[in-house]
Write a protein that binds this ligand. Structure first.
Ligand code: FAD
Length: 553
């Protein structure tokens, strides 16, 4: 860990050098000694230290400097480092300065020049102040820090991206923490754009998109080769399994993921029915391990890159990405899974991300501590979320449209939800509208046969009302059912016949679509099991079919 700093400021170079020399002699083993020749220079140094989240133990500042007095400097520095000890240095007893210092910045000490001999006049005073400071000093967090306002959609997006990528960060609430506010304001004037993400190298990004964030974090966002054997759309369990097997079996493989890897499974706090993990594993853990494994086998995993369309040109299958770049390969696997269905009720749009969340949004669990939380939905994912949030929330209310939980939920989850003391299940309940000035405050629900509407106070509402397949990037190219699920293999036969556009003698492979060389697997495929193990199975099985296909191109 970097040593805490002592910053000394004086406009007279000789005095500045002398005090720096004396400070070094006595304190250099435990503190970094920094100096500045003016208040303005010192403020710049202080801001930079704060950006790096470095600790400052003490300011030792000349009282009378031409542009900015010592007290004026301390007023500003204190906003960023409220706990650092503050000492003014003066050439003569100047009671006005001392009184102003005490009133304005709660000065800790007032030191007269010259301080010779330092062993008598300087070190004892500073030793005392520094021992006081270190008694309550907590070493600062050395990783990424996110400064924003709780319940803001942009802050939620950044936190969600970081936590799903398993990148540790410290949250700084600008509404509650004056130092966080001052620090964010220094890079985002008037806090018009939030969050601000501070990196350990001292740089920051204001309201970054996921791609900018991914690039700054050194995650791969652009393809390294001009051409691949297998291009995978989607980094959920299906796409990751295909990347592991594609890479390990020698295919030049690239995977494009629009957010971060993990897919729907990545939002699950505990997957308990995946083979080999008797006490469950978190979706984020599964994604992290699988991503590392795919990369180890040489597959490229591009993060924060969305495939917008796919097309074919002779033997080539081509994906166009969000910035218009094209990636070429012999075969494409469509593994884009499903996206959550949106709840359409009055007032919901502006509060989405500000108290209203789709999916489990585990990043918000801490913010729900001691609060009332609503879960909308009655299937397994809603049950898992209810149990997760019940650990933090005062009360969790599940709003289930059907007559009972058991209809859409595995029995083991029904039992746990029923046993949980702070979970209430309201069946036959429907959300009618949501309210809140700038974050969710209350929700109108209709209950019972009379559909009487009542209003429940809630700090957060998590919605799990099903999903729809994300297959639009292949619309017009491959056959889909009316809901958007992609047809593969034997499902393509109607009345015993293959689609007229199918150009080959052979039948489509089991996971091949109506377009040769374009495969589909996992949740997006018609008739798939909608389970992690099934997705992983299909993702790995498809690689054998791709190999067979490649023999013919
Ligand atoms: C909250 C929750 C809990 C669950 N718990 C369990 C459980 O305990 N056990 C179990 O067996 N199953 C569980 N499931 C189901 C399981 O997660 C899914 O069946 C599985 O994730 C499907 O994997 P997939 O890769 O096919 O699709 P997804 O997981 O949906 O992944 C698809 C990926 O593709 C990306 N993508 C989409 N479009 C594009 C594009 N155009 N360009 C680039 N990338 C794109 C998405 O961002 C996503 O990351 C759960 C699901 C949810 C939502």
């Amino acid at each position: 860990m970097t040593k805490p700093a002592i910053l000394t400021v004086d406009d007279e170079p000789e005095v500045l050098n002398a005090i720096e020399r004396d400070l070094r002699r006595h304190f250099a083993a435990e503190y970094r000694i920094l100096k500045a020749g003016s208040g303005a220079q010192a403020l710049e140094a202080v801001r930079e230290l704060k950006q790096r989240n470095a600790a400052v133990a003490l300011f030792l500042v000349d009282a009378r400097m031409p542009q900015m007095s010592g007290t004026e400097f301390l007023v500003q520095a204190r906003m960023l480092y409220p706990d650092a000890r503050r000492v003014l240095l003066t050439a003569y007893a100047d009671s006005d300065v001392a009184i102003a210092g005490i009133n304005l910045v709660q000065l800790d000490h007032y030191l007269m020049k010259p301080w010779d001999p330092p062993a008598e006049k300087l070190y004892p005073v500073l030793d005392d102040l520094l021992s006081d400071w270190s008694a309550s000093f907590r070493p600062p967090f050395e990783g990424i820090r996110v400064a924003g306002s709780l319940w803001s959609p942009q802050s939620h997006e950044v936190k969600d991206f970081l936590s799903r990528s398993q990148i540790p960060y410290q949250w700084m609430d600008v509404e509650r923490d004056a130092a966080a506010r001052a620090q964010a304001e220094a890079v985002s004037p008037g806090l018009r754009h939030l969050p601000v993400v501070f990196f350990p190298d001292g740089t920051s990004l204001v309201e970054p998109g996921t791609r900018a964030l991914a690039e700054k974090l050194g995650l791969q966002t652009t393809a390294a080769r001009p051409f691949y054997d297998l291009l995978i759309v989607g980094g959920g369990p299906t796409g990751l399994a295909a990347a592991v097997y594609g890479g390990s079996e020698g295919l030049r493989t690239v995977l494009c993921e629009r957010e971060t890897t993990g897919g729907q499974a990545g939002t699950s706090a505990a997957i308990e029915n995946y083979l080999g993990f008797p006490s469950g594993l978190s979706g984020a853990d599964l994604a992290r391990r699988a991503t590392a494994q795919a990369r180890r086998f040489g597959a490229e995993v591009l993060i924060a890159r969305e495939v917008m369309t796919i097309r074919a040109d002779g033997p080539y299958r081509i994906a166009t990405l969000d910035d218009g770049t094209e990636l070429r390969s012999y075969a494409i696997l469509l593994a884009p899974g499903m996206e959550v269905r949106r709840l359409e009720v009055p007032g919901i749009e502006p509060l989405t991300g500000a108290g209203v969340f789709y999916g489990a949004a585990l990043t918000e669990a801490g913010a729900c501590r001691g609060k009332d939380v609503l879960i909308v939905g009655g299937a397994n994912s809603a049950g898992q979320a209810a149990l997760s949030f019940a650990r933090y929330a005062r009360k969790v209310t599940m709003l289930v449209r059907g007559p009972a939980l058991a209809e859409g939920m595995s029995q083991y989850l029904v039992d746990r939800v029923t046993d949980a003391a702070n979970i209430e299940v309201l069946s036959g309940a429907e959300v009618m509208g949501v309210h809140g000035a700038d974050r969710l405050e209350a929700v109108d629900i209709a209950c019972g046969e009379a559909r009487t509407v009542r209003t429940l106070d809630a700090a957060a509402m998590f919605i799990f009302i099903g999903s729809t397949p994300r297959s639009d990037m292949a619309a017009g190219l491959v056959e889909r059912d009316p809901a958007g699920f992609i047809l593969t293999g034997p499902d393509l036969r109607r009345d015993g016949r293959l689609p007229r556009a199918w150009p080959l003698e052979r039948d489509p492979f089991l996971l091949e679509t109506s377009f040769p060389g374009i495969f589909a697997a996992g949740d997006v495929r018609l008739g798939s099991a909608k389970r992690v193990a099934a997705a992983v199975g299909e993702g790995s099985a498809v690689v054998g079919m791709v190999h067979k296909y490649l023999e013919s191109v």
